[in-house]
Ligand binder design. Structure first.
Ligand SMILES: Nc1nc2c(c(=O)[nH]1)N[C@H]1C(S)=C(S)[C@@H](COP(=O)(O)O)O[C@H]1N2
Ligand SMILES: [Mo]
Length: 204
């Protein structure tokens, strides 16, 4: 049995009016686990989320505090740089832009880039302006169930408009930076901008 369906029946465009299947991608119903290194196991009572870097004060949220932030469910597709795409999952969590409303007075005006830091040490970077797009989600629920540990549970970042390495599984915090800095895969040759529709796979 093949990993990929050869003739998926899906609309030609996604909710952004872009091709639902980006160039060079294949559709799958599976959800492969793509992790560099071991899976960190983080219990909810131990989980913390913090903001660091260019902040006036370091702030830390417990699980309960983070879950009290506004919650959003996105219906979205998922694109991995290794050429597979999943369609139409429901992801629930806190939009970065809703978190931003709570933290913006604590973040210094020079901050222009954000580094995601994960339990286990993974990092990935994005401009603050891209983090503020309408669909960057810090997610804990996948298709109505708590996100499994291998997929980044209890909490991960999901960036539907970027290849999936731009979302850290096991997120533990965000660092605000004045200057851009490459994260883990960006240091290892992956693109800094990661648009599936421009096929920005590798760093030229
Ligand atoms: N902490 C952490 N986050 C990560 C990764 C990782 O290795 N560690 N891999 C990235 C890559 S390359 C992809 S494609 C997606 C895969 O998510 P999945 O394992 O849920 O499919 O997670 C991204 N986030
Ligand atoms: Mo990936």
């Amino acid at each position: 049995m093949s990993l990929f369906k050869t003739k998926p029946d899906f609309p030609s465009e996604n909710s952004y009016g872009l091709p639902k299947l980006p160039p060079g991608q294949l559709y799958t119903e599976k959800f492969p686990v793509m992790t560099y290194g071991p899976t960190p196991i983080v219990e909810l009572e131990d989980w913390r989320f913090e903001i660091t870097g260019l902040v006036n004060q370091r702030r830390v949220w417990t699980w309960k505090e983070f879950m009290a932030l506004p919650q959003t469910t996105l219906h979205s597709d998922f694109h991995c740089v290794t050429h597979w795409s999943r369609f139409d999952d429901d992801w629930s969590g806190v939009l970065f832009r809703d978190l931003w409303e709570v933290i913006k007075d604590d973040v210094k005006p020079e901050a222009a880039f954000v580094m995601q830091h994960a339990y286990g040490g993974y990092t990935t970077n994005l401009p603050l302006a891209w983090m503020l797009e309408e669909d960057v989600l810090i997610a804990h629920t996948f298709n109505g169930k708590p996100l499994e540990a291998e997929h980044g549970g209890p909490m991960r970042v999901f960036t539907p408009k970027r290849y999936a390495w731009k979302g850290a599984k096991w997120i533990k915090g965000l660092e605000f930076m004045e200057h851009d800095r490459p994260g883990f895969w960006e240091q290892n040759g992956y693109s800094n901008s990661a648009s599936p529709w421009k096929e920005e796979r590798y760093w030229d």
